[in-house]
Design a protein around this ligand. Structure first.
Ligand code: B1M
Length: 210
């Protein structure tokens, strides 16, 4: 029998084979994916992150746990019916230049698609001009910039300026662990969301659809 504890343990230990197996089993039992994420997957990554900060876990452990988490997120993504047909609008998303963290961004993407947005995913380490160009080419209603590193979150300001210059009507949302509502406002963003679920809510709110 799989359990949330097995998922947590397998991600913590960096075993993607087990994390995929247990995530599938838990979904088949009918556990909502949000519960799997909140109660098993995120606590595992936070535990590795805390140990990394304290110097009791190292980069290989961080990489392995991140990989196992990514594989479990893929299982979840495949199980969530995608309603991303664009009815709510076009949302361009990416992780800021200098930052390769993408697990949170990918979860935000699942929630946005579930909420009815067509999402154009630029991946990670995205240059400010690339955000601006993608917004122009896709006639984006919204752009979302994710950041996990304090050292590179300053690049968000450049990305916001680049997007505004070419796409004055595109609304800009930012998110990621080191950011706050107040900091987002100071950077010039239109909105901030602390988690993936609220990101989809905020996206609708910014377009006057809530
Ligand atoms: Co990195 N890493 N990492 N890492 N890593 C952190 C972020 C860190 C906090 C660990 C620590 O020290 N405790 C620390 C950053 C410290 C800081 O600057 N404040 C850190 C560091 C230092 C580094 C390196 C520099 C390590 C090194 O090389 N010495 C390096 C940087 C590489 C680079 O980017 N240039 C690095 C590398 C990596 C891996 C590649 C090994 C791996 C990432 C794998 C991947 O993403 N594919 C990794 C991991 C896994 C982590 C931790 C453990 C987990 C991050 C994560 O995915 N969290 C992390 C520690 C931690 O978080 N406890 C850590 C789960 C995810 C769902 O949460 O991304 O916050 P999060 O997303 C949430 C919300 O923030 C929000 O919704 C999401 C879901 O609810 N959200 C948005 C996110 N984006 C949003 C956008 C929105 C709205 C909401 O609108 C657009």
């Amino acid at each position: 029998m799989s359990s949330l504890a097995d998922i947590r343990e397998s991600i913590y230990k960096g075993s993607s084979k087990d994390s995929v197996k247990y995530t599938k089993m838990e979904l088949e039992r009918g556990t909502p994916w949000e519960e799997i994420l909140q109660k098993a997957m995120l606590p595992a990554l936070n535990q590795v992150g805390d140990e990394f900060s304290k110097g009791t876990a190292f980069l290989p452990e961080l990489i392995a746990a991140g990989h196992a988490m990514t594989k479990s997120v893929e299982v979840i993504k495949a199980s969530v019916p995608s309603m991303g047909l664009g009815g709510q609008g076009v949302f361009v998303i990416g992780t800021i230049f200098g930052d390769v963290h993408d697990i949170g961004k990918n979860i935000v993407k699942i929630c946005l698609e579930g909420a009815g947005f067509r999402v154009v995913d630029l991946g990670t380490d995205v240059h400010p001009e690339t955000f601006a160009q993608a917004c122009r080419e896709n006639k984006a209603d919204l752009v979302g910039i994710s950041a996990l590193l304090s050292s590179t979150m300053l690049n968000i300001e450049q990305a916001i300026k680049a997007v505004r210059k070419e796409n004055p009507k595109t609304r800009i949302m930012v998110g990621g662990a080191p950011l706050t509502e107040e900091y987002a406002r100071r950077l010039g963003a239109d909105g901030f969301a602390p988690d993936a679920y609220l990101a989809a809510q905020k996206a609708k709110e910014l377009l006057g659809k809530n």
